[in-house]
Write a protein that binds this ligand. Structure first.
Ligand SMILES: [Fe+2]
Length: 465
């Protein structure tokens, strides 16, 4: 037990074993009165230990911070997926890594979905997302699970955790990988209109089977990055890693007109790299510019023979991709904008797919020897130049920073950043509220929890109507 406690204090990955409601949380500083709504966050929090299971496949736990009139309350709930319910009944884990069932699991149990990656609000529905399954609808107040949402049967299969909401049309644009079954090179693509109706859903072939975590949407184009964390059923059948780093496969990005068809996709080539997250992308005359967090080598996934990738290269940096659509070249340019290790980029979402002048991401402390723990936040301009930088006390970690605008018509970037911070020494978490254009000053308010929120993936703010 003592060993576990010590290991747990070095990072904030281990799950918490409870669900709670905490009204009237203690606040340090002053919570801005304009913040009226809920910050929803999602992340892996395995209900039961499953030896060898990847961090990515832990059961989703939702954390909701309700802010109103300078006060804050908190609620957390596991998503009641079919896997969670079956394991809850069994009192033990029934799945191992990436949908693989444990040998003694019931034969009729096939759905290993964990709904653990993102939570978005679109067309009146709160949806917990995980890229290998359909969205799971969540009741916004109680966080109760309503079940899979398939858009009146018009959407099927995998559905990305990173769909994009077009700020002009209100349309939700999405894709799925492994669209023809596990470890296949098929992608799906579709859109949901602002009223929640599926208007398009189709499938096409990518150059090879890979893990496609995020994609790129601009006003008129959609881009599909196929990067070499490859998927292989042959490897999986041999007991080798189903997903592995294979840089020789190269980097492809498929560019399609949103009004066009998959058969007209133009594939651009680039240097092998991996990208989990896109900050934003936009059109500039005959070019598409995409700002991404690019890894030289994949983190968290090994070479096909199980060797780990180089930790010095397995860190992400803010990087600009440029696509020339005038037909001069089939190569895209990749230019690092900063040398700082960072992840979880966000913008003022009112500029999604349009040129942005502000961006934020979580960063590592460059004075610490370790690349893994994100322990600060960076504010950048529209070209990646740092405008502000805040580092937490050594050892503490920070989540993805979520931007909330001051009001509907506030200027771009005028508002707050909300991030969950783990206080290593106290082993509990705060919700930190920063002035988005002055992160350097540190949080203007801290909402204090008595427990810790494990380092998770993504979240979004849903303002009160
Ligand atoms: Fe993600």
């Amino acid at each position: 037990m003592q060993h576990d406690a010590v290991a747990e204090r070095r990072n904030n990955i281990a799950p918490i074993p409870f669900e709670a409601d905490a009204p009237f949380l203690k606040i340090i500083g002053e919570l801005p009165r304009e913040l009226h709504g809920v910050l929803y966050r999602n992340g892996p929090n395995p209900q039961f230990d499953s030896p060898g299971a990847h961090w990515f496949v832990g059961d989703g736990m939702l954390h909701a911070f309700h802010l109103e009139n300078g006060r804050a309350s908190y609620r957390n709930r596991w998503v009641r997926t079919p896997k969670w319910l079956a394991e809850h009944d069994a009192g033990r884990a029934l799945f191992g890594g990436f949908g693989r069932k444990l040998p003694d699991a019931p034969a009729d149990l096939t759905d290993g979905g964990v709904a653990n990656t993102n939570i978005i609000f679109h067309a009146g529905k709160l949806l917990a997302l995980e890229e290998a399954h359909l969205p799971t609808e969540i009741e916004p107040g109680t966080l109760a699970t309503r079940g899979y949402h398939n858009y009146q049967g018009r959407v099927a299969g995998s559905f990305t955790a990173h769909p994009k909401i077009d700020p002009v049309t209100g349309e939700l644009v999405f894709f799925g990988y492994n669209a023809a079954g596990p470890l296949t090179p098929a992608l799906s693509y579709g859109s949901i209109d602002a009223a929640g109706k599926a208007t398009r859903f189709e499938r096409f072939e990518a150059p090879y089977a890979s893990m496609v975590h995020d994609f790129i949407v601009t006003a008129n184009h959609v881009l599909f990055p196929i990067l070499p964390i490859t998927g292989s059923m042959e490897r999986a059948m041999r007991g080798q890693p189903p997903y592995a780093w294979e840089p020789d496969k190269g980097a492809y990005v498929g560019v399609m007109k949103r009004s066009g068809a998959a058969k007209d996709i133009v594939w651009f080539r680039g240097e092998a790299c991996y990208v989990f997250h896109i900050m934003n992308a936009w059109e500039d005359d005959n070019r598409i510019i995409a700002d991404v967090m690019q890894f030289e080598e994949a983190p968290l996934f090994p070479h096909p023979d199980g060797r780990p990738t180089d930790p010095e290269k397995s860190r992400a940096r803010h990087c600009r991709w440029t696509f020339d659509l005038s037909g001069n070249t089939d190569r895209f340019q990749q230019t690092y904008l900063d040398d700082l290790t960072g992840e979880f980029p966000r913008i003022d979402d009112r500029h999604a797919g349009l040129k942005n002048r502000h961006g934020w991401y979580a960063c590592a402390n460059p004075r610490q020897p370790m690349f893994g723990a994100l322990s600060g936040v960076v504010h950048v301009d529209g070209n990646g130049r740092r405008l502000g930088h805040y580092l937490l006390p050594a050892g503490d970690t920070i989540s993805e920073p979520v931007f909330v605008e001051r009001s509907k018509d506030a200027a771009e970037g005028d508002g707050w950043l909300l991030a969950v911070v783990w206080r290593a020494r106290e082993n509990r978490s705060d919700l930190a509220v920063f002035n988005a254009t002055d992160v350097e000053a540190g949080p203007v308010a801290l909402v204090q929890l008595g427990h810790r929120v494990p380092d998770g993936f993504h979240g979004n703010w849903v303002g009160a109507q």
